[in-house]
Every structure is written in C-alpha cells, then in structure tokens.
Design a protein. Structure first.
Length: 201
C-alpha cells in the first residue's frame, strides 16, 4: 500500500442517489463524476429504506424545518408568487413541515443508492459536484444542474418534494451522523488504493 499523504485534508462524507436518480438510470453517471474527480468510494449499497429510517435521516429541529420552508419562500418571492396561494401558509415552519413530509414520501418511492465517499475536502467537494438544492438554481456542470430543472414553485403546487437526484452531507457533523445512520463499520472499506491517485497527488 502506498504511503498516505496529506491526511489533514482527507474527509469522509455521506452521499445518496435518490429514487429519481435510480429510476432514471443515472447511478453510473453520478458515481463516475465522483470517481473521475479523484474521490474514493469506500462504501456502497442499494437500499429500500423504511419511512422510519428516512424520517431519522433528516433533522427534526425547527431551525432546519423552517429553513426548508424558507428555501421555497425565497423562490416564490423571486417569481412573484404568493406563499399562501402555493403553500396555504406564509409561515416558514408550517411550510417546512409540509415539505419535510413530501420529502419522506419522495425518498421511499424507489430504492436509493447510499455511499460513503473519502477524499480531499470530500464534504465540500461532493456538495460542489452535487450543486444547489434547487435544480433551477444549480449551476450547469453540477449533477442537479445538468439533470433537472425542478423548482419549489413547480413542486410545491403539486404537493411534492423537489426531485433533485442526490443527497450530500452539508457539514462534518452531518456527515458523521449520516455515515453511522446508514453504514456499519464492517460495510466501510477504505483499505484499497486508487491507482490513479499515485499520479494525481
Ligand atoms: N426540499 C424540497 N423543497 C424545498 C427545499 C428542500 O423539496 O423547498 C427537499 C429537497 O429534496 C432537498 C431536501 O428537501 O434535497 C433537503 O433539503 P436541504 O435544505 O437539506 O437541501 P440539500 O442539503 O439536499 O441541498
Ligand atoms: Mg441538507
């Protein structure tokens, strides 16, 4: 095994191809984007999660739920839409609770592909490759920007979550919790070398 370098920058993050990514046949495309960038997949499985498992995957605190509501409200403001007309409320927490429920419904529509990715600044790099939460805002070149145009204005009127193909941990704490929530120690396999890394780093 080669000598490990630059270990201070090496992080682990949790990533998951959501039901629409699986149903659209984009598993290979998405995995390839991470692999080609020099990130190493160290755990991988297809799962049909229970409602409870998904419910416990997403945070339950009011701050996070209100943020979900706000992401939609910001979009409505930009397109001149009235939150009360779209959501039936202009309270971000109430709206966030509805979005969270639609999100759970979405995440159990079909199997997901869960993985742990290791690499240099992996949390930030995976988020960057993933793109903005709202596909209508995501940059071209990101997974969400290249494969979707969905937006809260389109999704919420139809009482569904935005379909944005992929989940990626946002912070170190989120990554640690999510890795533990989805994988046991035995399912994580960091002990192999990528041949291309000898040339890359
Ligand atoms: N979501 C949604 N409508 C919104 C905001 C979020 O359907 O207005 C869904 C979307 O699937 C998103 C998930 O809720 O990926 C979790 O939201 P978060 O703010 O954590 O975004 P992410 O970290 O996935 O970019
Ligand atoms: Mg998030």
């Amino acid at each position: 095994m080669s000598e490990k370098k630059n270990t201070l920058a090496i992080e682990r993050t949790f990533t998951m191809i959501k039901p629409d990514g699986v149903e659209r046949g984009l598993i290979g495309e998405i995995l390839g984007r991470f692999e080609k960038r020099g990130l190493k997949i160290i755990a991988l499985k297809m799962v049909k999660p229970s409602v409870e498992h998904i419910d416990n995957h997403y945070p339950k605190d009011d701050t996070w739920i209100a943020r979900l509501g706000d992401k939609g409200f910001n979009c409505f403001a930009e397109y001149g839409l009235n939150p009360k007309e779209v959501m039936g409320t202009d309270n971000n927490l109430e709206a966030g609770k509805m979005v969270r429920q639609w999100l759970v419904d979405y995440m159990i529509e079909a199997p997901v592909v869960a993985m742990v990715i290791e690499g240099i600044h992996a949390i930030e790099m995976v988020r960057k490759i993933t793109g903005s939460t709202l596909p209508n805002k995501a940059e071209i070149g990101t997974i969400r920007g290249d494969f979707s145009v969905d937006s809260p204005a389109a999704a919420n009127l139809n009482k569904r979550s935005i379909k944005n193909l992929i989940h990626a941990s946002e912070t170190k704490a989120e990554a640690e919790n999510e890795i533990k929530h989805w994988f046991s120690e035995e399912e994580i396999h960091p002990d192999y070398d990528r041949a291309d890394h000898a040339a890359m780093f």
